[in-house]
Write a protein that binds this ligand. Structure first.
Ligand code: PLP
Length: 421
């Protein structure tokens, strides 16, 4: 480990890192590791969608060209019922973005009254959400936009620290929600353990209208032969006497076309009726032609699994490249730790405390764009200044290799500078 070196040895390491960094800057790279987008080759897997649907009639005879059908096509809901662990009758298939369903759910909770609520969230003196960290920056931004307070909660290998969550939810009636990405979480790749899910479903809540925002964005995005299985939160909430506690979200953004997919909302019958009641005021119905296209393309749950296997063939080598370079360049140095996810879209890299911002800045100057340090934390503020999110899916493998190698150079440079300071 570098911390065990003498000043002279450390200086030599710093000088070597500086030489590597100067060479990196001279290469004039322009690489982007910022967002978890599917690559063009992944999008090609769904090219056949552009020629679908072959007809316009749904299984029940509905003419999909026309208005109506607020809950979305039943046959599409059937396909995603298993993967999202929501009975098809309690699942809504909507338009192209689950983030917009999360947005709308919050707006409707602010301006309408949730089942079980005493008043609208807009009439509460304060509304707070728990944010397991590291987490997804767009969840945090959505809350900030509506003045919802963000309270960070540490993540461990089994999900959020449940002792902290249980205490905050039990003691503070203004804690109205928690963000969860339960499978292959963004960015650490953690999948929630059964006990975590059980405790989330069963814990006492001071707020009668407390909601778990269960964003299962990576429900079918496996990178190994042993897919993660998570406990059925909706069933556990019902069994625990909290049937209305959870909103389940998901989408095909990283299954078919990001931006032209289908999103899903699943919950208790009361919550589904609540959402659809409000949704009926903003739309006469979703894009059922797109629903039909997805049904014809994916066919059934097996078709979906097979399609995701093709994604995995493209993604696995990229995650392997990142892990191999991190291990070779930083393994045993004590300068960083990183996640080895078995699904999802991200790798989380933790560098020495106080170094993440500077690493991202140096990488940017060398033409490697990274998600801003701090983005994984509420208000963009990582108190340890340590976590960097790596999104390896979009670049081609050769570009990815250059970018990660360059990133490790920045980690070595910034860390040796700090150890010498
Ligand atoms: N939720 C998580 C955890 C994500 O990582 C992303 C995209 O990166 C989204 C939601 C966005 O979903 P959608 O495209 O369905 O709006």
């Amino acid at each position: 480990a570098l911390s065990a070196l003498t000043i002279d040895e450390l200086t030599a390491q710093r000088d070597a890192a500086q030489r590597d960094y100067d060479a990196l800057v001279r290469r004039g790279l322009s690489l982007d590791l910022t967002r978890g987008k599917p690559s063009a080759r992944q999008l090609d897997l769904s090219e056949a969608l552009l020629d679908l649907p072959g007809g316009h009639t749904a299984a029940d005879g509905t003419d999909c060209r026309n208005y109506g059908g607020l809950q979305g096509l039943a046959e599409l809901r059937e396909i995603f019922s298993g993967p999202l662990q929501v009975p098809a009758a309690q699942l809504v298939a909507a338009d192209n973005s689950s983030l917009s369903l999360m947005h709308d759910s919050i707006v409707h909770a602010l301006l309408g009254t949730l089942p079980g609520a005493e008043r609208r969230w807009a009439d509460e003196p304060r509304v707070a959400f728990l944010c397991p960290v590291p987490g997804y920056d767009r969840h945090f931004a959505l809350c900030e936009r509506f003045g919802i307070e963000l309270i960070g909660v540490p993540m461990n290998a089994e999900g959020p620290d449940m002792d902290v969550v249980e205490r905050l939810v039990r003691e503070d009636p203004q804690v109205k929600g928690i963000w969860c990405v339960p499978k292959y979480s963004n960015p650490s790749g953690v999948s929630y353990g059964d006990e975590t899910v059980r405790r989330l479903a069963a814990m006492p809540a001071a707020a009668p209208d407390f909601r778990i925002f269960w964003d299962n964005a990576y429900a079918v995005h496996h990178l190994t032969d042993t897919p993660a299985e998570i406990a059925d939160i909706l069933a556990l909430c019902a069994e625990s006497g909290n049937p209305d506690r959870v909103f389940v979200f998901g989408s095909t953004s990283k299954v078919t076309f990001a931006g032209s997919g289908v999103s899903f909302f699943g919950s208790s019958p009361a919550n589904v009726a609540w959402l659809l009641g409000h949704t009926a005021k903003r739309t006469i119905g979703p894009d059922k032609i797109n629903h039909l296209r997805h049904v014809e393309f994916l066919r059934d749950a097996d078709g979906l699994a097979e399609h995701m296997r093709r994604h995995r063939e493209l993604l696995r080598p990229k995650f392997d490249v990142v892990e191999a370079i991190l291990a070779k360049e930083l393994g045993g140095t004590g300068l960083a730790t990183w996640s080895t996810p078995s699904g999802g879209y991200f790798i989380s890299l933790d560098v020495l405390e106080g170094c993440a911002r500077e690493v991202v800045r140096r990488a940017g100057e060398a033409g490697i764009a990274l998600t801003p340090a701090g983005a994984t934390h509420p208000y963009g503020n990582d108190p340890r200044d340590s976590t960097i999110r790596i999104a390896p899916t979009y670049p081609e493998p050769e570009e990815l290799e250059s970018a990660i190698l360059g990133l490790t150079t920045c980690v070595r440079l910034v860390a040796t500078e700090k150890l010498l300071a």
